[in-house]
Design a protein around this ligand. Structure first.
Ligand SMILES: [Mn+2]
Length: 520
């Protein structure tokens, strides 16, 4: 690699404390406690949402939870469904649309499902905020709709729902805006739990962590509190499905193990799409009989197939993006090399590699669909808004958004998007520089400091794994103390080099880059 290294001046204090301070992260466990979460009553419309749900419970009305087929949507659906179960309510069902068959949001198949099931209430979780037409259709059936979502709000096309809970609503006073879909559902459950005087199973915090980590929401503020609660109080958190998964995982006895286990669980439930609103991962999570083991096996097979498919797509994208020069990466997959369900993951992969806004497009179900991803300094939703006259539907988050359009609009859209990119991009993007957060010695990487380092967890957006540097060392010296993951870099064994790396575990470091030491 030929990256420019940005190296900080040596820090006088403990390097972990220094990193925490620079990032504005508290290492104080009591400050991070979930007892200090913002009051969920600050959510706009939470009273209306909760009382409509209570009315359904008291009147034994049939209701359906309308989820989303990613881990955030699946965990959102799971904890709400389970919470209704534990309240003794039994007239609820769920429907998870399969993105490979149904377009995003409330669509014809689901409306048909509601009609046939005679449902009087729909609760959308992790979606719904951009389904104006769908909500209108459901209203015509005499069905109320509650939207519990976290995606960006387009105030001019707010759906005509009974009530909307979304931290992005202009009048929402909830101070932390970065919750995942499952985080918003958790706040609703906390509110309902107080209203109904019904306790919350601790495992819901685990699933909230899983959905939040999978959705790549910023790991600061309330998200950090929610996930940290799981890392810190792990010993007291149990649940039937969690415990089932742990038996198939390696040991879990430190914070980093729990964090790795959360990521494993997220990958495990990332598959399972079925037809007709069913979902294998959600069935697995809800199942208490022997059938759970069979569902586990099915998901395990799907996960392995998915991971090898991912590898194939990453290799394909590596070849595509090698030597790429430009302000934005735009690719139309006319050879059908990238499955629709991996379009977003593929775009994220390119952003991590090139650091520039990326959109991947392909034809799907007779429409042109697109997933866009970017890093700081660009807003995908704004870029789509600028070109919305060409689009059928669009939505998402500043760094991850998607749209659909008619195939004929392709050229117009690309022209419009390119123009937007030109108008937005700073000349110097800083691509290719490596930002090192602390220069350390081998002695600094002690057991005591590892314990402290674990309090920087959970890592994620806005709190990434820090890149550290060992200056003037030989790989021999490192290997005497650590296992290393060299990521196929050919680091010379006996030569004195500077090594940038990520501290992965007490005894494991992952080399990011190396260079010849500059003589001083
Ligand atoms: Mn989500």
């Amino acid at each position: 690699m030929n990256k420019e290294w940005n190296i900080p001046s040596p820090c006088s204090s403990n390097f972990v404390q220094h990193i925490a301070q620079t990032r504005g992260l508290s290492l104080d466990e009591s400050e991070l406690s979930i007892d200090n979460l913002p009051d969920e009553q600050l959510f706009a419309n939470i009273t209306e949402v909760a009382s409509r749900i209570q009315k359904a419970m008291y009147n034994n009305e049939p209701l359906v939870i309308f989820g989303h087929d990613d881990p955030d949507g699946v965990t959102s659906s799971f904890i709400l469904y389970q919470f209704f179960n534990t309240c003794g309510y039994q007239k609820h069902q769920y429907y998870i649309p399969n993105r490979n068959i149904e377009p995003h949001g409330i669509q014809a198949k689901f409306i048909q499902f509601v009609k046939e099931g005679g449902f009087k209430l729909v609760i959308t979780v992790d979606n719904g905020i951009s389904s104006y037409d769908g909500v209108q259709e459901l209203n015509k059936l005499g069905c109320d709709v509650l939207i519990v979502d976290h995606h960006l709000v387009q105030p001019e096309t707010l759906p005509p729902a009974y009530a909307i809970m979304n931290p992005q609503l202009p009048d929402c006073k909830y101070p932390f805006k970065g919750l995942a879909g499952v985080g918003v559902v958790m706040m609703l459950i906390r509110y309902l739990s107080a209203e109904l005087e019904h306790p919350i199973p601790q495992s819901y915090y685990f699933w909230t962590a899983v959905g939040s980590i999978a959705d790549k929401v910023p790991m600061i503020g309330a998200n950090r509190q929610l996930v940290n609660h799981v890392l810190k109080d792990w010993a007291s958190i149990h649940g039937y499905t969690m415990d089932f998964l742990i038996r198939n995982f390696t040991r879990v006895n430190s914070k980093i193990d729990v964090f790795n286990f959360i990521q494993y669980a997220a990958r495990f439930i990332a598959n399972g799409r079925e037809e007709g609103g069913k979902h294998t991962a959600l069935s697995f999570m809800l199942q208490v009989s022997d059938a759970k083991a069979d569902l586990f096996e099915t998901l395990e097979k799907q996960k392995n197939a998915w991971e090898s498919e991912l590898n194939r797509v990453f290799k394909y994208l590596d070849a595509l993006s090698a030597d790429f020069v430009g302000n934005a990466f735009i690719f139309y997959d006319d050879e059908d090399a990238i499955p629709y369900s991996l379009l977003g993951t593929g775009a994220t992969y390119i952003v991590n590699k090139l650091g520039i806004p990326t959109i991947l497009l392909k034809q799907h179900n007779g429409r042109m669909v697109c997933e866009g991803r970017c890093s700081d300094g660009f807003n995908m939703v704004h870029s789509f808004t600028a070109c919305k006259s060409h689009l059928i539907q669009y939505g998402g988050h500043p760094k991850a958004a998607g749209f659909s359009m008619t195939v004929e609009k392709y050229d117009d859209f690309i022209d419009c998007f390119n123009e937007y990119v030109q108008s937005q991009m700073p000349i110097e993007t800083g691509i290719g520089s490596l930002n090192i957060e602390a220069v350390v010695t081998l002695e600094d990487l002690s057991e005591a400091n590892w314990k402290l380092y674990e309090s920087l967890l959970p890592f994620g957006q806005q709190n990434p794994e820090p890149i550290l540097m060992l200056s003037k060392v030989k790989m021999d010296q490192i290997l005497a103390v650590f296992s290393t993951d060299n990521q196929s870099l050919n680091v010379p064994q006996h030569k004195t080099v500077d090594v940038s790396f990520i501290w992965k575990n007490k005894n494991l470091i992952r080399v990011v880059d190396f260079r010849e030491s500059i003589a001083t």
